[in-house]
Design a protein around this ligand. Structure first.
Ligand code: PEP
Length: 253
């Protein structure tokens, strides 16, 4: 199974010029690189998705940072998963901690979004993880169990293998503080256990469980290679194509 290296560009690249410069650098970094064990996914803001598909869509896959759960209609300001699929996006980040925190996303709305992404044929990148306070209260396991059980409610075993799960402790996002390899491995085992109990071993073998939170080239081994994760979700460092592709090369092995 290929390792996933996903870049979440967040609300950056403010002008067409900035976008074009980023794409030029990313193309240069990817040129001639044979990363055959790795699948790279870049998630730009909605307004740049078509340009990314046109420019680098043959070398990397493109995803969105969010979606809405309905397909069409009177939902001012929202973006349909079908619209994204039709402009050739393939992935969608769902339940990122910034969306939970600033936009009131709950396990329930995240569940609706996961289902609508699957219906539209997008691969959901489903983020789970505890806050600093929850970690301090020794609640990490409870939080992850709840996020997964409620997030995956009514999702069938046939569809479950399509979901990518990100263990992204909220305290590690944007903080330059990372968990130990053992903590990451512990979270991965817990996630696999919950999924196995819910769906059966046969159906969860192919599910990719990746790590996110302050990933950089220096820490890529500790957060991905050592705990045998199936990839990483990269925030800030994905804005620097040289660093992002360096992370992918380390993970590619
Ligand atoms: C993220 O927001 O998904 C993320 C991992 O951010 P950072 O790498 O900047 O911590």
């Amino acid at each position: 199974m290929k390792k996933l290296v996903i870049g979440n560009l967040k609300m950056n690249l403010l002008s067409p010029q900035e976008r074009e410069r980023y794409l030029e650098f990313l193309s240069k970094e990817l040129q001639g690189k044979k990363l055959k064990n790795t699948e790279i996914v870049v998630c730009p803001p909605f307004v740049h998705i078509e340009s990314f598909v046109k420019s680098v869509g043959k070398k990397v896959r493109i995803g969105s940072q969010n979606i809405f759960w309905e397909e069409k209609g009177a939902y001012t300001g929202e973006t349909s998963p079908v619209m994204l699929k039709n402009i050739k996006a393939q992935y969608a980040i769902i339940g990122h901690s910034e969306r939970r925190r600033y936009f009131g996303e709950t396990n329930e709305t995240i569940n609706l979004k996961l289902k609508s992404a699957l219906r539209a044929g997008l691969t959901p990148i489903f983020c789970v993880g505890e806050t600093k306070e929850e970690k301090g209260m020794d609640m990490t396991m409870d939080v992850i169990v709840r996020q997964i059980q409620e997030g995956l409610k009514d999702i069938s075993r046939v569809l479950i293998e399509k979901i990518v799960i990100v263990y992204e402790p909220v305290w590690a996002v944007g903080s330059d503080v990372i968990p130990t390899s053992n903590e990451i491995m512990g979270a991965k085992l817990l996630i696999r256990k919950i999924l196995t109990e819910k769906y059966g071993a046969k159906y969860v073998e192919k599910i990719r469980v990746i790590y996110g939170g302050s990933v950089n080239a220096k820490w890529a081994k500790q957060v991905c290679v050592d705990p045998e994760m199936d990839g990483v979700l990269v925030g800030r460092e994905s804005l620097v194509p040289h660093e992002f592709v360096k992370i992918a090369s380390i993970i590619n092995g």
